[in-house]
Design a protein around this ligand. Sequence first.
Ligand code: PBG
Length: 335
Amino acid sequence: MNVPMVGGFPEYRPRRLRRSAALRAMVRETRLDASQLVLPMFARSGNRERRPIGSMPGVFQLSPDELLKDATLAHQAGVPAVLLFGIPDQKDAQASGAWAADGIVQQTVRLLKKELPSLLVITDVCLCEYMSHGHCGIVHHADGKAEIVNDASLEILARAAASHAAAGADIVAPSDMMDGRVRAIRAQLDAEGFIDIPILSYAAKFASAFYGPFREAAESAPQFGDRRSYQMDAANADEAMREVAMDIQEGADMVMVKPALAYLDILRRVKTEFGYPTAAYAVSGEYSMIKAAAAKGWIDERAVTLETLLAMRRAGADILITYSAVEVAGWLRGV
Ligand code: PBG
């Protein structure tokens, strides 16, 4: 911007538009609205089960009946969508719980769509919660080494996604980071007649220490090694653009950047370079940090949460996935 200068001062000095709340609101560039929120939820089997997650105060593993109650409250609060994760009773090396027609996510989706048809139900498509070893793909052991096998994992992921759609899911969200999974899932959905079910791909998902509390919540910590062979290196931004481009080419309808707060530059680039509907996932560790500091009285939970979400919107996010969705919806209504 070129402001003409006269004797060292701008010839014309623009007013600062901050003097009244009404004026500030009128010129505000970015807004938070409940319509942008997605609440992640954890489903487990049983009845009237509500198991607190130690590292995520206020978040629970819920049996389907309890999950329905919380989803109803969320929906009433103005949260339009939930993102479902499942904790199966049994884990194995084929992740059979991920695609079972009566798996925990499939059951819960059916219940939610029956009781709350206008709630958007997004399902997380991954294998780590269902694998005895806790990895997001099939593990092959050879020569004393364990390796995640990409291509063999695709078929199971596609089957899982189609089983979610068959149960009534509105959107499927693959979070595994295997290469080619969006294409495999799109093909399977189309083959089974779910041509209108969109894919929200976790396109730029970084190997992050911020997932720590989630792994307690989903009981999905890898039993050996880590996820660095398939999740992205936090140092790489250009590579994130390639990952997003690939997912879009393969058929992703919406793309996600995850985590959010430490990756705002990635969010901005993804939104600017691709112009696709873009989601930011404020992950478990982001939530827990705020909760912990707020519990100590060191920060203001409401103000900090809203500020971080606003920053994600400013960086380019259309969709905000946050464990605080219900509180946020309330704060935005002024209650
Ligand atoms: C795994 C998955 C993870 C999260 C969402 N899906 C964890 C991981 O990759 O280890 C993390 C979400 C969070 O931390 O809130 N499929």
